[in-house]
Write a protein that binds this ligand. Structure first.
Ligand code: PAF
Length: 320
């Protein structure tokens, strides 16, 4: 395990990135230097580990950020309750070979308090997860925009008292940022933000990581007791039921998948739709085989916990 270097200010992060890239110099992966950023709110689990592994495999320098972003919480109690486990997180990040960890405090990210100007997630941010959490995705996009700026390897490093005198500004550097497919709506919005607002980072989605019982990895799973955990597995069963139909060339029977979830009394479905993976617009699939890839998307309350999950639906022709 390597111990990642922890930076608490944006200026120190910029200097450390320039230094790390300069140190890689000629040993660049695939000919050009590259930097991978993995934004997180900490409380890391195997789903995050998959993001780190993807970033590590593709980039010369890997930066993870750990920042619990108050702007994306609607309920102040939720924000207080959010687990803060930096020591354990650093262990996982070290094991994953992450080079630099950016762990700012709130005053570093929002020096003037909550920002007046924010990025609007628009209509796409008001559906599904956004319907029950007004402003949530504006908060996510605003902090992701800031994190993408802080870690951008193509901006010149800000002077810092801790910068090494040998740190040289890097030449052209490929810049990627990694997000979990588990938060499908967040990923779709971040992709749109990067495209619509001309960010210089490529946005990479990383597949959902599932436990052996099929449950998607989430920091909320620790709040499920054994009975609710067993009940929650109906969600992935319903998703895989649809995926099997689609890969066999049959129309996805969403009503039957919803009925399957309904058989589990401990699970209360919030939404379950088949959508376009980029726009999250619902698709009319009634008795219609899919012609292009789609996404089955759901959210449900299982006892004290609200869970989200999704699965790509690949029609046989599109998959080939
Ligand atoms: O997915 C998360 O953990 C957060 O929403 C993110 C992208 C780190 C922004 O705070």
């Amino acid at each position: 395990m390597t111990t990642p270097r922890v930076l608490h200010t944006a200026a120190d992060l910029k200097a450390a990135i320039a230094e790390a890239l300069a140190a890689k110099g000629g040993a660049a992966k695939n000919g050009a230097l590259s930097l991978g950023l993995v934004p997180t709110m900490g409380a890391l689990h195997q789903g995050h580990r998959a993001l780190m592994d993807a970033a590590r495999a593709e980039n010369d320098v890997v930066v993870a950020s750990v920042f619990v972003n108050p702007l994306q919480f609607n309920d102040p109690q939720d924000l207080d309750r959010y687990p803060r486990t930096l020591e354990a997180d650093l262990q996982l990040l070290g094991d994953a070979g992450v080079d630099l960890v950016f762990a700012p405090d709130e005053a570093e990210v929002y020096p003037g308090g909550a920002p007046l100007v924010r990025i609007s997630a628009g209509e796409l941010g008001s559906r599904y997860e956004g319907a029950s959490r007004p402003g949530h995705f504006d908060g996510v996009l605003t902090v992701v925009a800031k994190l993408l700026h802080y870690a951008s390897p193509t901006a010149s490093p800000t002077a810092s008292p801790t910068a090494s005198p040998t740190a040289a500004p890097p030449g052209p550097v490929r810049y990627r940022a990694y997000f979990g497919q588990k938060d499908a709506q967040q990923l779709a919005l971040i992709r749109r933000m990067a495209a619509d607002l001309s960010f210089n980072a490529e946005i990479v989605g990383v597949a959902v990581v599932r436990a052996p019982d099929g449950l998607a990895e989430s920091s909320r799973n620790i709040f499920l007791d054994p009975e609710h955990r067993r009940a929650a597995t109906v969600l992935s069963r319903a998703l895989f039921f649809l995926a099997e139909q689609v890969s066999a060339g049959a129309p996805p029977d969403l009503a039957a998948a919803i009925a399957l979830v309904g058989e589990e009394p401990l699970v209360e479905l919030d939404y379950f739709d088949i959508v376009d993976p980029w726009t999250l617009q619902p698709l009319d699939t009634v008795e219609r085989p899919l012609e292009k890839p789609a996404l089955a998307l759901l959210a449900a309350r299982v006892g004290p916990v609200r869970l989200i999950d999704n699965l790509p639906l690949e029609p046989a022709a599109a998959a080939g």
